[in-house]
Design a binder for this molecule. Structure first.
Ligand code: UFG
Length: 325
């Protein structure tokens, strides 16, 4: 039997788009997820699904005993920055202890390759922009710290146990599958683009703009929105690179878009007005975060295909208009 790719957290937003991409490229995946935030419906038909939890080592042991894995893609994390401040234990247990459990199961079963979902939140407050991988890492919330801790664990496990790893530091994941089959479905939703689209649909009273007094051209925060299908492709390229390279790679477009520009683009894409309310700044939001072009291209040979924010929002809108979960 051929070896398989374990996609831990493959029923979540970025995980499910990556599974769809890998399946289309002929990879033999197994999805494992605890379904706390993931959606069973997001896993393509024909891809084996196993319920497993990072904090239940016996479920990991059963998973690794049942299948012969070549590599692991690890998306299974809690990712609400605000909640990580109010309930850090939840984040350290799942994102750190849980990942150590996963690495232990890999070690016990001789699986040496991992691609990991890291984040630009490991950098903290930007000291310069655009941000490259050498930017100092001083995360300002527990969520970012959990991701940085695991990046550091990888370096030690690589030296001691021969682990091969690539940690992908995403900027702002956005959009949905171009065919509308899967998309972003967080509960609760906190991300800008789905909230704007839901306000346009009348499912929410308005979008609150968190801060209009930032030192940016229009006073609102600038972010680097990277399409989820481009992220999916980067994971496949990382998987294929693990024999030659271990390290950390930013995934962004290098294009910065403000909150107000997102709202205008969404109005253009949908042809409808978005009700807006001006609100105070949200704690912990840097004025601008965007990626320097570099290792994605030079190490992975990766180039994002969605460089226009309207194209990204159009895929999110197609999903929001006909959501399946
Ligand atoms: N925003 C609003 N109103 C809202 C929601 C968001 O104005 O209702 C603004 C935010 O203040 C921010 C921008 O829209 O300026 C984007 O906010 P998101 O919550 O969509 O995304 P973040 O940039 O806060 O978070 C993303 C990822 C996190 C990651 C973080 C790194 O979702 O997982 O980038 O900074 F940690």
């Amino acid at each position: 039997m051929s070896k398989k790719i374990l996609v831990m957290g493959g029923a979540g937003y970025i995980g499910s788009h990556t599974v769809k991409h890998l399946a289309a490229k002929g990879y033999d995946c197994v999805v494992a997820d605890n379904l706390v935030y993931g959606h069973r419906e997001a896993v393509p038909a024909g891809v084996p699904f196993e319920k497993a939890d990072l904090n239940d080592p016996s479920s990991l042991e059963a998973l690794f005993s049942k299948y012969d894995f070549e590599a692991v893609l690890h998306f299974a994390a809690f990712a609400y920055v605000g909640e990580s401040v109010t309930d850090p234990q939840k984040y350290y247990h799942n994102n750190v202890v849980g990942t150590l459990n996963l690495l232990a199961a890999m070690k016990n079963h001789g699986v040496k390759k991992i691609v990991f979902s890291s984040t630009c939140a490991t950098y903290g407050e930007p000291q310069y922009t655009p941000m490259d991988e050498q930017h100092p890492q001083n995360p300002i919330n527990p969520y970012g710290r959990t991701k940085l801790m695991i990046e550091q664990v990888f370096g030690d496990y690589a030296k001691a146990y021969g682990l091969k790893y690539i940690a992908l530091r995403y900027f702002n994941a956005a959009g949905a599958a171009a065919d509308g089959s899967i998309g972003e479905a967080h509960n609760p939703e906190t991300h800008l683009i789905p909230l704007v689209l839901q306000a346009i649909q009348g499912k929410r009273p308005c979008i609150k703009i968190f801060g209009t007094d930032y030192p940016t051209p229009d006073g609102t925060c600038l972010r680097d929105y990277i399409h989820v299908e481009d992220l999916a492709e980067a994971h496949r390229l990382a998987l294929e690179k693990l024999d030659q390279y271990s390290g950390y790679i930013n995934l962004g477009t290098g294009v910065k878009t403000s909150v107000k520009e997102i709202i205008s683009a969404a109005e253009k894409v949908t042809g409808k007005k978005c009700p807006v309310e001006l609100a105070p700044r949200r704690a912990g939001d840097p004025a601008e975060l965007y990626a320097a072009k570099g290792k994605g291209e030079t190490v992975l040979g990766w180039m994002p295909t969605y460089m226009n924010i309207e194209d990204i929002i159009a895929t999110a809108w197609k999903w929001e208009e006909n959501r399946k979960y």
